[in-house]
Design a protein around this ligand. Structure first.
Ligand code: PGA
Length: 239
């Protein structure tokens, strides 16, 4: 994998350039998207580029990584809401080509249908990832089988505590999520992982320099043929 260490602002601009290049060459590209604090700078940059007429999503398709189980799309902490608010409401990606796993219907049929829909769309061209302090990608917590497809996971207490900053209390943070599996993520033709801040330094060291192990789900990216890891200097501090 390629490692790029740069400022938060430059990372947003450089990652956005990958989207411009992809969509110029393939306007109907399939984008794998992520939520969390990490992609906010990138999404703001994509909105700016769209408003400046430099990028269009009108023929693209998107698949988000994950969603909290139990939250309807209208809930202000659901990932569908996050995506509408931070990206989709501001660009020309048609609503019918936006996909976020359902937090309400987690039947086996619906979960496997998510992988089938990705396949039917031609597969993900560029998958965006953040990384959890424990090395999770999507909501694939440590120990998730590397061959997993879209499934429901029980969130670790650590993940729920980290995410409780967006809720009134820890009790309100959902205990489960529907997430693309590690195999689903690895099937993407190219991957961007962004890590910002010192809380990510330890998991980035394990991801980049440690053994490939299900205990650090992001370490599997070492095996991906086209993965770029963008770190700010704080996240790269232990490399
Ligand atoms: P964050 O979350 O971007 O809010 O740090 C990343 C993740 O948990 O994957």
């Amino acid at each position: 994998m390629e490692l790029i260490i740069d400022s938060k602002e430059n990372i947003a601009a450089r990652a956005a350039k990958q989207y411009i290049d992809l969509l110029k060459g393939k306007p109907n590209a399939v984008l794998g998207l992520a939520t969390g604090s990490t992609p906010l700078g990138l999404y703001a940059e994509l909105v700016r580029l769209y408003q400046a007429g430099e990028i269009s999503f009108k023929d693209a398709t998107s698949f988000n990584l994950d969603e909290y189980v139990g939250l309807p799309p209208t809930h202000d902490q659901s990932y569908k809401y996050f995506m509408m608010h931070n990206l989709f409401n501001h660009v020309d990606l048609p609503e019918e080509r936006i996909h976020v796993p359902s937090g309400l219907d987690t039947s086996a049929e619906t979960l496997s249908g998510y992988d089938a829909a990705i396949k039917a769309a031609g597969g993900v061209d560029l998958q965006l990832l953040g990384i959890g302090n424990n090395g999770h990608i999507g909501f694939n917590e440590p120990g998730t089988p590397l061959e997993s497809l879209t499934h429901v996971v029980e969130l670790t207490l650590d993940t729920r505590e980290v995410n409780s900053r967006f809720f009134q209390s820890l009790d309100e943070v959902p205990t489960h999520a529907a997430t693309m599996g590690i195999r689903t993520v690895m099937n993407a033709r190219s991957i961007i992982l962004i890590a910002l801040g010192s809380a990510k330094a330890d998991c980035i060291k394990k991801t980049v320099q440690g053994p490939v192990t299900a205990e650090v789900p992001a370490s599997v990216l070492q095996l991906h043929p086209n993965c770029t890891i963008y770190c700010d200097p704080e996240a790269a501090a232990l490399l």
